[in-house]
Structures are given as structure tokens and as C-alpha cells.
Design a protein around this ligand. Structure first.
Ligand SMILES: Nc1ncnc2c1ncn2[C@@H]1O[C@H](COP(=O)(O)OP(=O)(O)OP(=O)(O)O)[C@@H](O)[C@H]1O
Ligand SMILES: [Mg+2]
Length: 258
């Protein structure tokens, strides 16, 4: 059975999609069979991993997979080990679409992914920047959640509420859901506020905070246009920090090797 990990927090622009895509890419590079699920109607993960405009997947997205309860039909191949369930902006109509057929949103993604879970070592889910139905559904489908902490005050303030939602999902829907940890992201080591927020997070959340800190690297921004690359020194520098995160994540989910 695959391990499903979602990446979330309700604050926008903090590195969720970048982390989902790069982690998926590196897991696949290590030989794990990976399915990445774009569960944000912005479709950023779809764009980064497929290199295509999100509208080219119209009527062939995760929304259709859920409605038809048939993910295999909509999964696209990124490379030998990496598959993608794409999203476009119509994903925001999921509630209405399921209401029409008397199904509910919170368990809908889990029901859909359960069908293909045994074909993958990992399923990674990119969550949208809110605490709405899509985030609830993504968390309900997950074994683990990685909470993103951009080292800035408003993201730090968002975390308790997000953790409350995780607890609620554990109580009401998915008792097996576990926190994998809190990942500091987009940190600028030259600014005092960034370091002080990470220090505060380590004090408040102790070992839940990953040792790895994802630093700001312009190359990561370029991946939004180029897709993930691994050929230059800049690539190795950008990806190295994610390799460290991956080591910690694999340890925490107790998945040593392929
Ligand atoms: N470590 C990093 N260094 C520099 N830029 C980064 C880094 N991580 C992400 N970015 C850039 O920051 C922007 C926001 O990142 P990303 O889209 O991953 O965040 P997000 O949390 O998924 O956003 P949203 O909440 O809108 O879905 C993007 O332009 C991305 O390329
Ligand atoms: Mg995103």
C-alpha cells in the first residue's frame, strides 16, 4: 500500500506546490513509484510537473476522477516513476458536482485514491491555501501531513488553526492521519526575523519542526516555467536542501528504501 502525504497550510504562497513537486520528483528519482495529486484549483503543480497549460487538461482532471470514481482514466505520466492527477480551476466546483449525485466532499478524494493506492509507493497531495472543503478532503485522504512554515509572521500565526483542523479530521474522519512535521520554507538566513520565527517554532513545536530549512533560491522560482531541472550547480544547490528534507521525511514515515 502506498503512503499518502499531503502538503498544506492555509496561508498562500509559502512553498506548498514547490515542495510537493520537488519532493515528488526526488522520490521518483530514487526509484519510488509516485502519484502527485494537484488538489488546488490554481493548478500550479499541474503546470510545474506537466509543463502544459492547465486548460489543456479540461475535463480530464482530478475532479473528473472523483466524479467518475475512476482515477486511472485521468492519470498522466510525467516520467517512468512519476504520475500526475492534474487540476484546473473547475476543481472549485467539486462540492456542487458531488451534491448533484448525493455524494459528499470530505471522503471523496480518499474513495478515489484508494482505488490506485496499491500501485504507488507514495501519493503526494498539494493542498490549496485555505481551510475549506478541498483541504478537508485532502487531509482525510492522507496518512501524513507536512505543514509548511514560511518564515514570516503571518504564516507562523496560521499554524495553530491548521493543526486544529488536522485534529478534527483525525477525530471525525481519518483516525490514522498523522503529522509528519512542520517544514520551514523560503527562509532568508540574512534576515533576523526569519531566524527568530524558526527559533520560535522550534520552541513551540519542538521536534515536530524538521531540521531541514528550505532556503530561498531563485532557481526554484524558475522551475514554475522550466519544470524541475537537475543539470546545473544552481539546480544541485536548490535540490540539495530538499534531499535533506526527504531523508527526514522517509525516516518519519518509516520508508527506508524502494
Ligand atoms: N525556496 C524557494 N525559494 C525561492 N522561491 C520559492 C521557493 N519556494 C517557492 N518559491 C516561489 O514562491 C512562489 C510561491 O511558491 P508556491 O507556489 O510553491 O507556494 P504555495 O504555498 O503553493 O502557493 P499557493 O498558496 O498560492 O498555492 C512561487 O513563485 C515559487 O516559485
Ligand atoms: Mg500552491
Amino acid at each position: 500500500m502506498g503512503i499518502t502525504v499531503s502538503i498544506g497550510v492555509q496561508k498562500g504562497g509559502v512553498g506548498k506546490s514547490s515542495t510537493t513537486c520537488i519532493t515528488s520528483y526526488l522520490l521518483a528519482e530514487r526509484g519510488f513509484k509516485v502519484l502527485t495529486v494537484d488538489f488546488d484549483s490554481q493548478g500550479n503543480t499541474t503546470q510545474i510537473l506537466s509543463g502544459k497549460d492547465i486548460y489543456s487538461f479540461e475535463d480530464n482532471t482530478v475532479l473528473n476522477a472523483i466524479i467518475d470514481l475512476d482515477p486511472a482514466k485521468y492519470i498522466v505520466k510525467v516520467n517512468d516513476n512519476l504520475d500526475l492527477l492534474p487540476a484546473d480551476d473547475i476543481l472549485s466546483t467539486l462540492g456542487r458536482a458531488l451534491g448533484n449525485v448525493n455524494r459528499v466532499v470530505p471522503t471523496s478524494l480518499k474513495e478515489t485514491l484508494d482505488i490506485v493506492k496499491d500501485q504507488y509507493d507514495f501519493i503526494l497531495i498539494d493542498q490549496p491555501p485555505n481551510l475549506g472543503d478541498l483541504s478537508v478532503s485532502a487531509l482525510s485522504a492522507s496518512d501524513y501531513v507536512v505543514v509548511m512554515l514560511q518564515s514570516e509572521p503571518l504564516c507562523f500565526k496560521a499554524i495553530p488553526r491548521y493543526l486544529q483542523l488536522v485534529e478534527l479530521i483525525k477525530e471525525r474522519i481519518t483516525p490514522t492521519l498523522k503529522l509528519a512535521g512542520i517544514l520551514p520554507s523560503m527562509s532568508d538566513s540574512r534576515t533576523r526575523i526569519d531566524s527568530s520565527i524558526i527559533d520560535q517554532a522550534r520552541e513551540d513545536y519542538e521536534d515536530w519542526v524538521f531540521d531541514t530549512v528550505i532556503r530561498r533560491r531563485n532557481r526554484i522560482k524558475e522551475y514554475s516555467i522550466l519544470g524541475i531541472q537537475n543539470s546545473t550547480k544552481e539546480d544541485r544547490d536548490a535540490l540539495e536542501q530538499y534531499q535533506q528534507f526527504l531523508e527526514e521525511l522517509l525516516n518519519r514515515v518509516q520508508k527506508g528504501s524502494v
